[in-house]
Design a protein around this ligand. Structure first.
Ligand SMILES: Cc1cc2nc3c(=O)[nH]c(=O)nc-3n(C[C@H](O)[C@H](O)[C@H](O)COP(=O)(O)O)c2cc1C
Length: 184
């Protein structure tokens, strides 16, 4: 991915592209981890808040509970195998960054790393945690949002370039690849 630039925080939701799968990165006591999630949603624009739901058994859940930080990274369809892998295996068993050959790079406002190969990033600080059923719902404040300028026109994510097609999970190992923009 090319040089990323910050965008206004109230536009962070435009980077998620209505439910594309994302890679969530965390860091705790020097250890970094990444998992795939489909369950995320914008919660508020002012202040910019979002929510992610993470199963309590996942290593990422423990790491985010303790560090109170995470980053959302938006992968393009080129990363489909990494997305599936990071959503299948736990960081307890391996370093997923090394296994799928994705590159951690420093974030601006949080300790958790960003993933260089992703299109966009949303840096988050946890404000509140709800425990519901088998998942923890992390309500987090967006503290930075950045996107590859090639794929964002100032208003919307440009998914019509093959390098920025987003992935939407159908279940199992099946994804929809979003690649066409139409105006209403
Ligand atoms: C496409 C996809 C979407 C997923 N969405 C979620 C999700 O929204 N929340 C969640 O807790 N796990 C989700 N998972 C499962 C976790 O990514 C998976 O269990 C992962 O191995 C946990 O890793 P960790 O133990 O290193 O944190 C998803 C998996 C895939 C493949």
């Amino acid at each position: 991915m090319g040089v990323k630039k910050n965008i206004p925080l109230h536009k962070y939701n435009r980077l998620i592209n209505s439910g594309c799968v994302v890679l969530v990165t965390s860091k705790f006591r020097g250890r970094i981890n990444v998992l795939t999630i489909a369950w995320h949603t914008p919660v508020s624009k002012k202040p910019p808040l979002l929510a992610i739901c993470v199963a309590m058994g996942h290593l990422s859940c423990q790491m985010i509970r303790r560090s109170k930080e995470f980053a959302i990274n938006v992968p393009s369809s080129e990363l489909i195998n990494a997305v599936q892998f990071c959503g299948t295996f736990s960081g307890r068993e391996m370093d997923k960054f090394e296994r799928v050959k994705i590159t951690p790079e420093p974030a601006e406002q949080i300790g958790a790393p960003l993933i260089k190969e992703c299109i966009a990033h949303i840096e988050c600080k946890v404000k509140r945690i709800y425990f519901e059923g088998d998942h923890a719902v992390f309500i987090a404040q967006v503290v930075n949002a950045s996107v590859d300028q090639e794929f964002f026109d100032g208003e919307i994510l440009l998914i019509d370039n093959f390098l920025s097609h987003t992935l939407h999970h159908l279940g199992l190992n099946k994804y929809i690849i979003a690649k066409q923009i139409r105006s209403a």
